[in-house]
Design a protein around this ligand. Structure first.
Ligand SMILES: *Cc1c(COP(=O)(O)O)cnc(C)c1O
Length: 401
């Protein structure tokens, strides 16, 4: 047995550290959980109504409807808007599976169009080109915590009479020209999965809308379409939010702005550190577009083609967490083979899937941890092939905050 001198091997940097967050709010969480147990009301009820009110206030929407997950928020939106077989919904292939999964579950067809190379968000021009007589809705995804370019999307929607459903699951608190994600379409869909910027102690989701009739319908659909008194005009399903989740989320919502600001600060610091380490010729930093508040659910770099997996392996060996969101664009998933997309058809989405790498960005990340991440990244880059990669857009624009 060899003796290990603790200071000789630096502490691992986790990709995300939910325990660090819990340490800062333990008494508040415990009190909230205790309150729910005292009430013995575990499904919907006052805690959920209060959360709905607070989220509506936070996003500046008229209404908010709690549900069981972000995936269900998307599904309830589509069902609420009566989308189904024969309808096309234009969306991004560079996203979590649920975006397209929800569309298919209604019987509608997802139509994938390419993303922009700088923000990885859906390309409005590609949306315009994909509109057909069957198109009923556009589902932009605010990927990694930055809003899609909603002005042109809204213009296309208005022109063709389409619904806009925001997949804002990664973007609570993000802003577009001063307005929050969740009020930039007909509905906004949020996930409270534990790793999201506002995460529950399990699954949860919420839908925001300014349309009170639609809100009422989605409220019914989440309880099997019950009008009250076991009377059913529509067929819904069970997508109720637990009171325990709502109580935990209400505690965390009070801290969300501070956590978001910490993520933004961390992102700016990564930019400065990458510049200090002279690696910005080999990695492309995240771009924040003018007029947008990027809330950095992920801090995602682009690295040269063919180098990503090798870099991630090196970071792993240095015990530095990283993640790939998403390694396969949805149009190339086996389950969507029937839609007939070919490799090469949506090149920016495919290139993103091959080149992106996300670094730890959680609010509690320390400066020392960030120093270690960027030093580790520089080591990994220097160890690899020396090729400098050129990107089809300007590096000087690649500012992280
Ligand atoms: C997390 C996420 C979802 C799904 O949310 P769940 O709460 O996990 O069901 C949908 N879309 C995007 C973009 C997500 O990141």
């Amino acid at each position: 047995m060899t003796e290990v001198i603790p200071s000789a091997s630096p502490e691992p940097v986790p990709f995300i550290d939910l325990k660090a967050q819990f340490q800062t709010i333990r008494p508040e969480i415990n009190a909230a959980v205790e309150r729910v147990f005292e009430s013995q009301t575990f499904v919907l009820g006052d805690e959920v109504s209060e959360l709905e009110f607070e989220i509506a206030e936070y996003c500046d929407s008229r209404d908010a409807i709690g549900c069981a997950s972000g995936s269900d928020a998307l599904l309830l939106s589509l069902m609420g808007l009566d989308l189904g077989p024969g309808d096309e919904v234009i969306t991004s292939p560079f996203t979590f599976f649920a975006t397209a999964g929800a569309i298919c579950r209604t019987g509608a067809t997802p139509v994938f169009v390419d993303v922009l190379p700088d923000t990885y968000n859906i390309d409005p021009e590609a949306i315009e080109a994909a509109v057909t007589s069957k198109t009923r809705a556009i589902m932009p995804v605010h990927i990694f915590g930055q809003c899609a370019d909603m002005d042109p999307i809204w213009r296309i929607a208005t022109q063709h009479g389409l619904f806009v459903i925001e997949d804002a699951c990664q973007a609570i608190g993000a802003e577009y020209n001063g307005r929050r994600a969740g009020v930039l379409g007909h509905t906004g869909c949020f996930s409270f999965f534990p790793t999201k910027n506002l995460g529950a102690a399990g699954d949860g989701g919420i839908i925001t809308t300014d349309d009170s009739e639609l809100a009422g319908k989605m409220r019914r659909l989440r309880v099997h379409g019950d009008l009250g008194g076991y009377t059913h005009k529509e067929i819904g399903f069970n997508s109720r939010l637990d009171a325990l989740q709502a109580a935990v989320l209400r505690v965390k919502l009070r801290h969300l702005e501070q956590w978001t600001e910490a993520r933004i600060t961390n992102a700016a610091r990564y930019t400065a550190l990458c510049e200090d380490q002279n690696i910005t010729d080999r990695v492309v930093l995240p771009v924040t577009k003018p007029g947008r508040r990027h809330v950095f659910n992920q801090y995602t770099l682009r690295v040269g083609e063919g180098r990503r997996d090798e870099l991630q392996q090196s970071l792993r060996e240095q015990q530095i967490g990283s993640a790939v969101y998403y390694p396969t664009p949805l149009h190339l998933q086996e389950c969507f083979a029937g839609l007939g997309y070919k490799q090469g058809e949506l090149p920016e989405s495919e290139r993103a899937s091959a080149e992106v790498l996300s670094l730890p960005i959680f609010a509690e990340l320390t400066e020392a941890q960030q120093d270690r991440v960027v030093a580790g990244l520089a080591t990994a880059l220097d160890a690899g092939k020396s090729a400098t990669v050129s990107f089809p857009f300007n590096l000087p624009d690649s500012k992280a905050a």
